[in-house]
Design a binder for this molecule. Sequence first.
Ligand code: SAH
Length: 224
Amino acid sequence: MRIDILTIFPGMFEGPFSHSIIKRAKEKKLVEIHLHDIRDYTTDKHRRVDDYPFGGGAGMVMMVEPVERAINALKAKRKYDDIIYMSPDGERFDQPMANRMSVQQSLMILCGHYKGIDERIREHLITREVSVGDYVLSGGELPAAIITDALVRLIPGVLGDETSALSDSFQDGLLSPPVYTRPADYKGWKVPDILLSGHDRKIAEWRHEQAVKRTRERRPGLSD
Ligand code: SAH
Protein backbone atom coordinates (compact mmCIF):
# COMPACT_ATOMS: atom_id res chain seq x y z
CA MET A 1 0.00 0.00 0.00
CA ARG A 2 1.08 3.54 -0.75
CA ILE A 3 -0.27 6.54 1.15
CA ASP A 4 0.43 10.13 0.03
CA ILE A 5 -0.39 12.78 2.60
CA LEU A 6 -0.84 16.45 1.65
CA THR A 7 -0.27 18.80 4.55
CA ILE A 8 1.09 22.20 5.50
CA PHE A 9 2.76 20.62 8.55
CA PRO A 10 4.68 17.51 7.41
CA GLY A 11 6.70 17.63 10.63
CA MET A 12 3.61 16.68 12.62
CA PHE A 13 3.90 13.11 11.30
CA GLU A 14 7.50 12.54 12.36
CA GLY A 15 6.57 11.15 15.77
CA PRO A 16 3.71 8.80 14.91
CA PHE A 17 5.34 7.46 11.74
CA SER A 18 8.80 6.76 13.10
CA HIS A 19 7.96 4.38 15.92
CA SER A 20 6.47 1.00 16.61
CA ILE A 21 4.27 -0.71 14.03
CA ILE A 22 4.27 1.94 11.30
CA LYS A 23 8.04 2.20 11.48
CA ARG A 24 8.41 -1.56 11.11
CA ALA A 25 5.88 -1.73 8.28
CA LYS A 26 7.86 0.91 6.39
CA GLU A 27 11.13 -0.92 7.02
CA LYS A 28 9.61 -4.17 5.77
CA LYS A 29 8.38 -2.25 2.69
CA LEU A 30 4.78 -3.27 3.37
CA VAL A 31 3.72 0.36 3.23
CA GLU A 32 5.16 3.47 1.61
CA ILE A 33 4.14 6.76 3.18
CA HIS A 34 4.99 10.00 1.39
CA LEU A 35 4.49 13.42 2.92
CA HIS A 36 3.97 16.40 0.63
CA ASP A 37 4.15 19.99 1.78
CA ILE A 38 1.32 21.91 0.11
CA ARG A 39 3.41 25.07 0.35
CA ASP A 40 5.80 23.58 -2.22
CA TYR A 41 2.98 23.88 -4.78
CA THR A 42 2.08 27.52 -4.32
CA THR A 43 3.05 30.10 -6.91
CA ASP A 44 2.79 32.84 -4.28
CA LYS A 45 6.16 34.35 -3.39
CA HIS A 46 5.29 34.32 0.31
CA ARG A 47 4.18 30.67 0.02
CA ARG A 48 0.72 31.57 1.28
CA VAL A 49 -1.85 28.81 1.20
CA ASP A 50 -4.80 30.54 2.92
CA ASP A 51 -6.94 33.62 2.39
CA TYR A 52 -9.95 35.42 3.87
CA PRO A 53 -13.37 33.83 3.41
CA PHE A 54 -15.69 35.33 0.79
CA GLY A 55 -18.70 36.77 2.57
CA GLY A 56 -16.65 37.63 5.64
CA GLY A 57 -16.55 35.93 9.02
CA ALA A 58 -13.88 34.50 11.28
CA GLY A 59 -10.99 32.30 10.21
CA MET A 60 -9.02 31.68 7.04
CA VAL A 61 -9.71 29.25 4.22
CA MET A 62 -7.19 27.09 2.36
CA MET A 63 -6.99 28.27 -1.24
CA VAL A 64 -7.83 26.19 -4.30
CA GLU A 65 -4.66 26.76 -6.30
CA PRO A 66 -1.88 25.20 -4.19
CA VAL A 67 -4.07 22.25 -3.20
CA GLU A 68 -5.21 21.66 -6.78
CA ARG A 69 -1.64 21.83 -8.04
CA ALA A 70 -0.48 19.38 -5.38
CA ILE A 71 -3.27 16.88 -6.03
CA ASN A 72 -2.83 17.05 -9.80
CA ALA A 73 0.94 16.67 -9.60
CA LEU A 74 0.44 13.42 -7.69
CA LYS A 75 -2.42 12.21 -9.90
CA ALA A 76 -0.22 12.70 -12.96
CA LYS A 77 2.21 10.09 -11.60
CA ARG A 78 -0.18 7.34 -10.51
CA LYS A 79 -3.78 6.31 -10.09
CA TYR A 80 -5.36 6.71 -6.65
CA ASP A 81 -8.11 4.46 -5.32
CA ASP A 82 -9.37 7.39 -3.26
CA ILE A 83 -8.48 11.01 -2.63
CA ILE A 84 -9.60 11.54 0.92
CA TYR A 85 -10.26 14.82 2.68
CA MET A 86 -10.21 14.66 6.47
CA SER A 87 -13.25 16.59 7.67
CA PRO A 88 -15.52 16.62 10.73
CA ASP A 89 -18.57 16.49 8.42
CA GLY A 90 -17.27 13.39 6.56
CA GLU A 91 -18.27 9.75 6.90
CA ARG A 92 -17.39 8.52 10.39
CA PHE A 93 -14.27 6.33 10.43
CA ASP A 94 -14.71 2.91 12.03
CA GLN A 95 -13.25 -0.60 11.87
CA PRO A 96 -15.35 -1.85 8.92
CA MET A 97 -14.24 1.22 6.92
CA ALA A 98 -10.62 0.57 7.94
CA ASN A 99 -10.94 -3.06 6.80
CA ARG A 100 -12.30 -2.03 3.40
CA MET A 101 -9.70 0.68 2.90
CA SER A 102 -6.80 -1.56 3.96
CA VAL A 103 -6.99 -3.60 0.74
CA GLN A 104 -6.56 -0.55 -1.47
CA GLN A 105 -3.29 0.04 -3.28
CA SER A 106 -2.89 3.77 -3.16
CA LEU A 107 -4.55 6.51 -1.20
CA MET A 108 -4.11 10.25 -1.04
CA ILE A 109 -5.08 12.04 2.16
CA LEU A 110 -5.56 15.81 2.30
CA CYS A 111 -5.27 17.53 5.67
CA GLY A 112 -7.18 20.77 6.09
CA HIS A 113 -6.43 23.67 8.42
CA TYR A 114 -7.99 26.93 9.60
CA LYS A 115 -11.71 27.02 8.70
CA GLY A 116 -11.17 24.24 6.19
CA ILE A 117 -10.52 24.10 2.44
CA ASP A 118 -12.28 25.97 -0.37
CA GLU A 119 -15.41 23.96 -1.16
CA ARG A 120 -14.48 23.72 -4.88
CA ILE A 121 -11.63 21.33 -3.99
CA ARG A 122 -14.14 19.08 -2.31
CA GLU A 123 -16.54 19.26 -5.26
CA HIS A 124 -14.03 18.61 -8.01
CA LEU A 125 -11.09 16.64 -6.67
CA ILE A 126 -11.99 14.79 -3.48
CA THR A 127 -13.50 11.31 -3.82
CA ARG A 128 -14.15 10.62 -0.15
CA GLU A 129 -14.52 12.61 3.07
CA VAL A 130 -13.73 11.00 6.39
CA SER A 131 -14.20 12.16 9.97
CA VAL A 132 -12.53 10.65 13.03
CA GLY A 133 -15.38 11.68 15.32
CA ASP A 134 -17.84 14.37 16.27
CA TYR A 135 -15.37 16.93 17.60
CA VAL A 136 -13.24 19.53 15.89
CA LEU A 137 -9.45 19.38 15.79
CA SER A 138 -7.17 22.16 14.58
CA GLY A 139 -5.97 20.27 11.54
CA GLY A 140 -6.32 17.08 9.53
CA GLU A 141 -2.86 15.79 10.50
CA LEU A 142 -3.84 13.87 13.62
CA PRO A 143 -6.91 12.38 11.87
CA ALA A 144 -4.71 11.35 8.89
CA ALA A 145 -2.24 9.72 11.28
CA ILE A 146 -5.08 7.85 12.99
CA ILE A 147 -6.37 6.48 9.70
CA THR A 148 -2.90 5.55 8.52
CA ASP A 149 -2.22 3.66 11.75
CA ALA A 150 -5.54 1.80 11.60
CA LEU A 151 -4.92 0.77 7.98
CA VAL A 152 -1.26 -0.16 8.25
CA ARG A 153 -1.79 -2.60 11.11
CA LEU A 154 -4.27 -4.52 8.92
CA ILE A 155 -1.83 -5.09 6.05
CA PRO A 156 -0.85 -8.78 6.06
CA GLY A 157 2.63 -9.26 7.51
CA VAL A 158 2.68 -6.00 9.47
CA LEU A 159 1.73 -7.44 12.84
CA GLY A 160 4.07 -10.15 14.07
CA ASP A 161 1.23 -12.48 15.02
CA GLU A 162 -0.99 -12.60 11.93
CA THR A 163 -4.12 -13.30 13.90
CA SER A 164 -3.75 -10.51 16.36
CA ALA A 165 -5.53 -7.77 14.37
CA LEU A 166 -8.47 -10.12 13.92
CA SER A 167 -8.86 -10.65 17.65
CA ASP A 168 -8.97 -6.91 18.39
CA SER A 169 -12.11 -5.10 19.45
CA PHE A 170 -14.74 -4.40 16.74
CA GLN A 171 -13.50 -7.07 14.31
CA ASP A 172 -16.31 -9.47 15.15
CA GLY A 173 -18.79 -6.92 16.46
CA LEU A 174 -17.43 -7.52 19.97
CA LEU A 175 -15.10 -5.66 22.30
CA SER A 176 -11.94 -7.49 23.38
CA PRO A 177 -11.97 -9.61 26.52
CA PRO A 178 -9.66 -8.54 29.39
CA VAL A 179 -5.99 -9.53 29.09
CA TYR A 180 -3.41 -10.32 31.78
CA THR A 181 0.30 -11.03 32.00
CA ARG A 182 2.77 -12.07 34.70
CA PRO A 183 2.76 -12.18 37.68
CA ALA A 184 -0.33 -14.30 38.28
CA ASP A 185 -0.69 -12.71 41.71
CA TYR A 186 0.30 -9.09 42.25
CA LYS A 187 -0.08 -8.12 45.90
CA GLY A 188 -3.24 -10.23 46.08
CA TRP A 189 -4.66 -9.03 42.70
CA LYS A 190 -5.21 -12.35 40.98
CA VAL A 191 -5.46 -13.42 37.36
CA PRO A 192 -8.61 -15.52 36.66
CA ASP A 193 -7.76 -19.21 37.31
CA ILE A 194 -9.08 -20.31 33.93
CA LEU A 195 -6.26 -18.48 32.13
CA LEU A 196 -3.68 -20.49 34.08
CA SER A 197 -5.44 -23.83 33.45
CA GLY A 198 -3.77 -24.60 30.11
CA HIS A 199 -7.17 -25.72 28.80
CA ASP A 200 -7.34 -24.04 25.38
CA ARG A 201 -10.98 -24.70 24.58
CA LYS A 202 -12.19 -23.52 27.99
CA ILE A 203 -9.99 -20.44 27.74
CA ALA A 204 -11.45 -19.63 24.32
CA GLU A 205 -14.97 -20.04 25.72
CA TRP A 206 -14.18 -17.82 28.69
CA ARG A 207 -12.76 -15.14 26.43
CA HIS A 208 -15.81 -15.22 24.22
CA GLU A 209 -18.15 -14.94 27.23
CA GLN A 210 -16.14 -12.02 28.57
CA ALA A 211 -16.20 -10.28 25.19
CA VAL A 212 -19.98 -10.69 24.97
CA LYS A 213 -20.44 -9.45 28.56
CA ARG A 214 -18.20 -6.46 28.04
CA THR A 215 -19.91 -5.54 24.78
CA ARG A 216 -23.36 -5.81 26.39
CA GLU A 217 -22.26 -3.61 29.30
CA ARG A 218 -20.28 -0.98 27.44
CA ARG A 219 -21.43 -0.90 23.81
CA PRO A 220 -24.82 -2.62 23.60
CA GLY A 221 -25.58 -1.36 20.05
CA LEU A 222 -22.18 -2.31 18.59
CA SER A 223 -23.15 -4.96 16.07
CA ASP A 224 -26.43 -3.28 14.99
N1 SAH B 1 -14.73 24.71 10.14
C1 SAH B 1 -14.69 23.30 10.02
C2 SAH B 1 -13.57 22.72 10.90
C3 SAH B 1 -12.21 23.05 10.45
S1 SAH B 1 -11.03 22.30 11.45
C4 SAH B 1 -16.00 22.71 10.49
O1 SAH B 1 -16.60 23.26 11.39
O2 SAH B 1 -16.38 21.67 9.95
C5 SAH B 1 -9.61 22.34 10.44
C6 SAH B 1 -9.28 21.03 9.73
O3 SAH B 1 -9.06 20.02 10.68
C7 SAH B 1 -10.33 20.50 8.79
O4 SAH B 1 -10.19 21.07 7.53
C8 SAH B 1 -10.06 19.02 8.79
O5 SAH B 1 -9.08 18.67 7.81
C9 SAH B 1 -9.45 18.77 10.16
N2 SAH B 1 -10.38 18.17 11.14
C10 SAH B 1 -10.85 18.75 12.27
N3 SAH B 1 -11.66 17.92 12.94
C11 SAH B 1 -11.69 16.77 12.27
C12 SAH B 1 -12.37 15.52 12.47
N4 SAH B 1 -13.17 15.32 13.50
N5 SAH B 1 -12.17 14.54 11.57
C13 SAH B 1 -11.37 14.75 10.49
N6 SAH B 1 -10.72 15.90 10.24
C14 SAH B 1 -10.87 16.91 11.11
